[in-house]
Write a protein that binds this ligand. Structure first.
Ligand SMILES: [Zn+2]
Ligand SMILES: [Zn+2]
Length: 311
């Protein structure tokens, strides 16, 4: 007899747990759900795989080897207490900029070339691990979940866009770095976000507009002035006509200091863009400076591994 609801009897308590965690939907499409869950459980039993973030066994077969608990723990940033321009966490007494909005010391000192930068979450814990999974372990399906987060950020920024949606431009890697990694993470994430574009929105993805024409050193450990010098002249706009009199939305995986995004915004505005916005999946907060150092370590590790592989 075929089961009429989602509950399935398995031969062991472990399998029952797997079935429960697979969230079999009762009632509607019960049989289809049951077959799917049974197949997934069977495959998971035959080809066990563990969550790449926490190591616990995965309840279901998925292209993304991350458990639901780890994904659930990635939470968005809570509003308030951040710089109105770059999103940096404000500590101590809050200073107000000309427009009457709270601003961090850096933005008050040298106003960035972008209008506003927004991020989904803080660059720490599970979110940092997911980004590392994509960038350093090359688990491309991670771009899907990161793209969903990016789509949420873009939608939140959208209220401030001028009439007509902006051109989406991923912050590019230098060609040598992209060859080494095999892909541009900002472009992969942007493409995944594009699939979730709300009806009526015109998100035009144009990765070819911006080029990183020389490799840049890590921004970590540099003074704000040194950071600006480090990226000055590193980007070029290749198709100025496509940004002329239009707003541009820069997208990336992580905003670390904001200096790179500001330099990209500067050249885009010089090429005729009216305003530049920045949307990233994560943002390094002051308290997470150590995480940024870990990122630097990973960058260096990736370079060393590539050098070793190339002899
Ligand atoms: Zn997990
Ligand atoms: Zn700021």
């Amino acid at each position: 007899m075929l089961p009429v609801c989602g509950r399935v009897v398995f031969s062991s308590s472990e399998d029952l747990t797997r079935a429960t965690r697979a969230k079999v939907v009762e009632g509607e499409n019960g049989f289809v759900s049951w077959v799917k869950a049974a197949a997934e459980s069977l495959l998971a039993t035959l080809f066990p795989s563990d969550c790449r973030l926490c190591g616990s066994p995965l309840a279901r077969i998925s292209r993304l080897p991350v458990c639901e608990d780890c994904l659930f723990r990635v939470r968005p940033l809570q509003g308030g207490g951040t710089c109105a321009i770059c999103g940096e966490r404000l500590t101590g007494s809050v200073n107000v900029m000309d427009q009457g909005e709270p601003g961090c010391a850096l933005c008050r000192q040298v106003e960035p070339s972008f209008a506003k930068a927004a991020a989904y979450g803080s660059y720490e814990g599970g979110l940092r691990d997911l980004i590392h999974l994509l960038k350093y372990e090359h688990v491309r399906p991670a771009a899907g979940v990161l793209g969903r987060m990016l789509a949420e950020v873009v939608e939140k920024l959208a209220a401030a866009f001028a009439k007509g949606d902006p051109v989406l431009v991923p912050i590019p890697l230098h060609a040598s770095k992209q060859r080494q990694r095999g892909f541009s993470q900002s472009e992969l994430i942007a493409r995944a976000a594009l699939k979730l574009k709300p009806v009526g929105r015109e998100w035009l993805l144009r990765p070819e507009i911006l080029e990183r024409c020389r490799p840049t050193a890590s921004q970590i450990g540099l003074t704000p002035h040194q950071q600006r010098e480090n990226v000055r002249g590193a980007f070029a706009v290749r198709r100025a006509a496509e940004v002329e009199n239009r707003e541009v939305l820069l997208v990336d995986d992580v905003l670390t200091t904001g200096t790179t995004a500001s330099e990209c915004a500067r050249v885009l505005r010089r090429a005729g863009a009216t305003r530049v916005w920045v949307a990233t999946v994560a943002r390094t907060m002051k308290a997470e400076a150590t995480c940024a150092l870990i990122k630097q370590d990973s960058d260096e590790m990736e370079e060393r591994m590539a050098k070793a592989a190339n002899g």
